[in-house]
Design a protein around this ligand. Sequence first.
Ligand SMILES: Nc1ncnc2c1ncn2[C@@H]1O[C@H](COP(=O)(O)OP(=O)(O)OP(=O)(O)O)[C@@H](O)[C@H]1O
Ligand SMILES: *[C@@H]1O[C@H](CO)[C@@H](O)[C@H](O)[C@H]1NC(C)=O
Ligand SMILES: *[C@@H]1O[C@H](CO)[C@@H](O)[C@H](O)[C@H]1NC(C)=O
Ligand SMILES: *[C@@H]1O[C@H](CO)[C@@H](O)[C@H](O)[C@H]1NC(C)=O
Ligand SMILES: *[C@@H]1O[C@H](CO)[C@@H](O)[C@H](O)[C@H]1NC(C)=O
Ligand SMILES: *[C@@H]1O[C@H](CO)[C@@H](O)[C@H](O)[C@H]1NC(C)=O
Length: 469
Amino acid sequence: MRGHIICSGFALILIVVFLKFSSHGRCSYNDKYKSLVRSHPSWGIRREIMERHKNLVFFYKTLLGIKFTTPEEVDVLRFMEPEMDLQVPVDRSEASGTLTCKDLSHVTEIDYIGSGFTKIVLKGILVNGKTVALKSIHAEGNDMKSCVDRYGDRGGCHRLATYKLQKEIALLQILRCPGIIQLHGQCYDNSVASDIRVTAMLELGSPLEMIQLLQTPWEERFKICLELVQLLHYLAHSPIGSVALLDFQPRQFVLVNGSLKVTDMDDATSDELPCQADADCALTFPARTFAVQCSVTGACTGSNEKRNLYNAYRFFFTYLLPHASPPALRPLLQEIMNATGDLRFGINETLKAFEDVLDLYKSGMNHSQSHALKDYTVLQGFRINETDEDFSCWPSYSYQGCLLSVHDPTEAAELCNSRPHCRNFVIGQQRTWTGRYLASFTKNSAQLVPDESSCVYMKRSSNSENFTG
Ligand SMILES: Nc1ncnc2c1ncn2[C@@H]1O[C@H](COP(=O)(O)OP(=O)(O)OP(=O)(O)O)[C@@H](O)[C@H]1O
Ligand SMILES: *[C@@H]1O[C@H](CO)[C@@H](O)[C@H](O)[C@H]1NC(C)=O
Ligand SMILES: *[C@@H]1O[C@H](CO)[C@@H](O)[C@H](O)[C@H]1NC(C)=O
Ligand SMILES: *[C@@H]1O[C@H](CO)[C@@H](O)[C@H](O)[C@H]1NC(C)=O
Ligand SMILES: *[C@@H]1O[C@H](CO)[C@@H](O)[C@H](O)[C@H]1NC(C)=O
Ligand SMILES: *[C@@H]1O[C@H](CO)[C@@H](O)[C@H](O)[C@H]1NC(C)=O
């Protein structure tokens, strides 16, 4: 490995000399560079390796600056940058909670869960019974394939891809918030002399299935959008500045215990585009282009935040937010859609707008003003044993039947009145994430079952027909 770095250093000198030399010629650096790489393919990959190496060392230095480090992480740094001064504090208490190669070697029931351009993800069970996701370089993946086609150097290509994973691991250590997948630990195996095998051990999630999500109640879709906005708010003010997710697509996210988390961080960047004039800062999407100002420091300041927010609008909000929303929230949601779709709002205003929607939703949206509950008889301490013949509704919280979120019995009464089949509803202890009740709506009430924690509401006019218990 030491030899590797010396080689890289040699290539760097070559390139510096070459850059100096070529800046005097008429031919552009790029043209000359390309023709040189064509005749010396190994120069191209060395240059790429050096760039990624530099980039990664920057992340590691940042990491050391903001966080205590495990002994293993210090070893990795020493390995990568033998010259670096590593008088860093090592926190052994945290190290004890972090997974290492030893834990990895005892993982059982390993199973494939997914792969992308660069990485492959497996799941497995730790000695303590917990499941984890194991992320490593996909040796047969398209990133490796296209690199080997270009450079014919498997070892070099593996190294290049490994930098991406190492950068992701470093970012996961620097950026910690509920919307980012948690890194449980890592394993650097350099027992193979020629290369280093890196495995990230992560919190296990399940893929975000947009089609399924579209069929869930509005409250659940709103939760995903709110969690995304909270993540983007964190990224806009992160310890390393405003971070953009360059490859922003639903497949970069997973759900962990029902919460949205980003899992693919190798395309995250904290650099804002460099610029000389405003024209250099145009933020271009397939359907829209936005102007961003070039700051006096020569960066398109705010472009990362804007890029994330517009991507959230086009990949998440447009699909998840408006449809089947509660009527009382529609004006506010319309304003959010319009303001993010035109990038009139920044992330702070967007988060505030989402929190306002949440507050209004939790407040019950003034349903308690209605007198709908007067038509119902209350039976405290019972529930209804639902039969297969009962009606179903969509989108319901249960697969069968009609289970909906309500603020209080009055809202449930209004909902029941608006459905032709509905004669009764039951409210138990079950709550949604916002703290609203889940009410079950039925047409039959023949099977009343004692249940201390629940309450049956029956339409008065129907008592004599249906109530036999
Ligand atoms: N923690 C996790 N839990 C469950 N599944 C995961 C986890 N991390 C990743 N995955 C799955 O593995 C796939 C590949 O992971 P990842 O996106 O990091 O690889 P990639 O090579 O960068 O992919 P891409 O080509 O999308 O950039 C993801 O699309 C996701 O479905
Ligand atoms: C999962 O989510 C539920 C509800 O949001 C929460 O009460 C519970 O503590 C979470 N479990 C874990 C393991 O985080
Ligand atoms: C926002 O509203 C304005 C005025 O009604 C309209 O011209 C514009 O197209 C809307 N933008 C989006 C993204 O809906
Ligand atoms: C947005 O909020 C963050 C943190 O809450 C704050 O530091 C920042 O100054 C705010 N930005 C603007 C433009 O208001
Ligand atoms: C709800 O009712 C209160 C008082 O009756 C009123 O002040 C408030 O504006 C109403 N809110 C909505 C969203 O209608
Ligand atoms: C509920 O109904 C099912 C059949 O419809 C029956 O088997 C079950 O015993 C009932 N449960 C109670 C608690 O009465």
